[in-house]
Structures are given as C-alpha cells and as structure tokens.
Write a new protein. Structure first.
Length: 218
C-alpha cells in the first residue's frame, strides 16, 4: 500500500509545473537566506510574544532534528526510495550558488538505479517534515489567525519529499507526528513555566503578557 501511494505521487501525479514547485519547496538551501532574513526581522522588530515564539521554534527544531529524528534514523536505518527501487523519479534544482540562480537553469530529473546510487542518510523519519511541522505548530499555537498558513506550507513541503523521491509516505507521516507532538509539548511547557515564574523574574512583562499564547485583547 505504501509503495503504491509513493509511486502514484512520484510518477503518476506529476507535471512540469509541479516538478518546479516541488523542487523549490523541498530544497532547504534555497530558503536559507529568506528564513534567516525573516528571523532577523522578527528578532529586532517583533514584540515579546513573537520573540518567544521564535526562540521556542528554534529550541523545538534543535530537539526534534538534533535529538529525536537523528536517533530514530540511526536506529531504524530505513533506506530511501531511490536506494531500494529502480525507476524512482528524482527531481531537484540544478547546481547553482546562490541557489536562487538555479531558477534560470533546467531541473535535474533522473531515475534511480540502486546498484549505482550513492548511499545517503537514512529515510525514516523525514527531518524536513518534522522540522517544518515543529515550526508551524509552534507559530500556530502562538498566532492562530495566521499560523495555519505555516501548517499548509509544512504540508506542501512534506508532500514534496515524496514527490521528489527522497522519502516514503510513512517517513513523512512519522516526521509530522514527531514535529507536531514535540511542538505541543514544548509550547505548553513554556506557557506553564511563564505563568508560574514569569511574574517573579519579569514582573513588568508578566503584567503586560499574563499568557504568552493569548493576545492581550483576548
């Protein structure tokens, strides 16, 4: 069942337009300058809740990626689709630095042959998915009115990991559950700590923000 779904996404439900969209969404190096720029802007110009959300997201990704996903990957050691099956469609941006210049070049599309395929990192779970859902869930809990947009973005990135041939569907599902679960646990813990200790150490801020998850007018 999982392999059938994988090959439907990877080989049947495709188009030239989708190839470009998925290749861009899935490429972390392409987005690094934008993400760094947004983080700097939020850090300098955001209010207290935005800064706490940003720090929470960074901590959450550090735990999810550096501890949980990394350990599970090395315990399970599941090969990636293109390391197991012939004919997996691999889609990626052309080599270019900075990565945005790859938009001016044709996509790199090839079909896997496990006998000659280079061995790369384990597949289960998807770190891309876990990290994106961790960030999206944190910001959704802090900012419900627009945070759901990041959940859509995380879902599209997760889908792209299957589309470009890097992950199996269960890898993506597990990554989404890990990222979401850790974000929920961490954010609720930070809220509890703030409610209990915030007034003692930061009385002025605590009077302005009795809850870091609820806006002042709620």
């Amino acid at each position: 069942m999982e392999q059938k779904l994988f090959f439907l996404i990877n080989q049947r439900w495709t188009s030239p337009e989708m190839d470009w969209l998925m290749a861009i969404l899935t490429n972390w190096n392409f987005w690094i300058p934008f993400v760094v720029g947004i983080c700097i802007l939020l850090g300098f110009f955001g209010n207290f809740r935005i800064r706490v959300a940003l720090v929470s997201a960074v901590i959450c990704v550090g735990i999810v990626d550096g501890v949980i996903v990394n350990r599970v990957k090395h315990c399970v050691k599941r090969p990636r689709p293109y390391m197991m099956s012939d004919g997996v469609r691999e889609v990626e941006l052309a080599r270019a630095y900075p990565r945005v210049l790859a938009l001016a070049k044709p996509l790199r599309i090839r079909y896997s042959s496990p006998s000659i395929q280079p061995v790369q990192g384990p597949s289960f779970p998807s770190a891309h998915t876990a990290n994106n859902f961790a960030v999206a869930t944190v910001f959704f809990l802090f900012f419900r009115r627009w945070g759901w947009l990041l959940l859509i973005s995380a879902t599209l990135v997760s889908y792209s990991r299957i589309y470009v041939g890097s992950h199996w569907p269960l890898d993506v599902l597990a990554g989404a559950l890990i990222g979401t679960g850790m974000a929920l646990l961490l954010t609720v813990s930070i809220e509890g700590i703030w409610r209990r200790w915030g007034a003692r150490f930061f009385p002025r801020l605590a009077s302005m923000y009795p809850s870091i998850l609820r806006p002042l007018n709620s």
